[in-house]
Design a protein around this ligand. Sequence first.
Ligand code: TXA
Ligand code: MG
Length: 318
Amino acid sequence: MSERVPPDPAGIRRAADALRRGGLVAFPTETVYGLGADATSDLAVARIFEAKRRPRFNPLIVHLADAAEAPRLARWPKLGARLAAAFWPGALTLVVESRPGVALSPLVSAGAPTVALRVPAHPVAARLLAAVGRPVAAPSANPAGRISPTTADHVAAGLGDAVDLILDGGTCPLGLESTVVDLTVQPPALLRPGGLPRDALEAITGPLGRPDGQAGVARAPGMLASHYAPRLPVRLDALTVGPDEALLAFGSPVPEGARVVRNLSPGADLVEAAANLFAMLHELDRSGAAGIAVMPIPSHGLGEAILDRLERAAAPRA
Ligand code: TXA
Ligand code: MG
């Protein structure tokens, strides 16, 4: 098992040293745990793909200690500056054009002429990034295609020895990955709904486009490939539940008869539901049930990101 350290000054120093030496360090952010590597080192970044068994064409988010670094690392549009002023540090990732000649491993962009940047708000992530003094590439710290980790236990269970050190910062407060917006297209496109709701963004950007470049809100069916997948089959919009099924409930009342129940939010609060989503999916997945039934969830606010993850979890497996 990889070593776990508390996020005290000694732990932060050890984690920063490990990153500077090319190691892999899992660390908490306000969204989910990241699997970090020195973004300026090809070898370190390559180890991320190996540890996650992730297809190489999937690019990584580069985490920065400070928004002031963004213009040095990428071509930084005016809209980037406005969004950073409003939402960084926070659960927003901005895809912008790469700047040739900067000290970022091309592996983080997986060959694309763009780079994804984020300044996380979690105090442990902020202290770690400041101590490293370099940009840190970090996908979510789970094996490729599996549920994102919101605790150090999830990281250890999923990645085991593949990670050198886990900074244990407790449970991630938001529990959903960052919202990813592509600023290289007109209008800017919502690539992944996440912890920052669409409404907050659109107040600044105007209506966001779809990943395929068209304006509008419909999801491209091609994006529903199996991802964020529990091992068990997932059934959405369940109003009743079978005796073999585990139930992921939302609100009250809850249908009776399930083998095991977790309620994302008995009071139907979407923020609480987002925070519980991955941890409860992990629990139900290990409950010995034959499948996971999920009650209907509203699509406003954080509901858009929650439904996106659940639809991927329910999609036919590749
Ligand atoms: O909350 C988060 O975003 C977490 C924490 C650790 O920061 N990270 C995370 O990383 O979820 P990951 O690798 O699991 O998801 C990153 C997403 C992927 O959908 C990836 O395709 C997209 O961001 N992405 C990264 N770089 C991109 C680029 N240059 N162009 C388009 N999409 C990009
Ligand atoms: Mg991920």
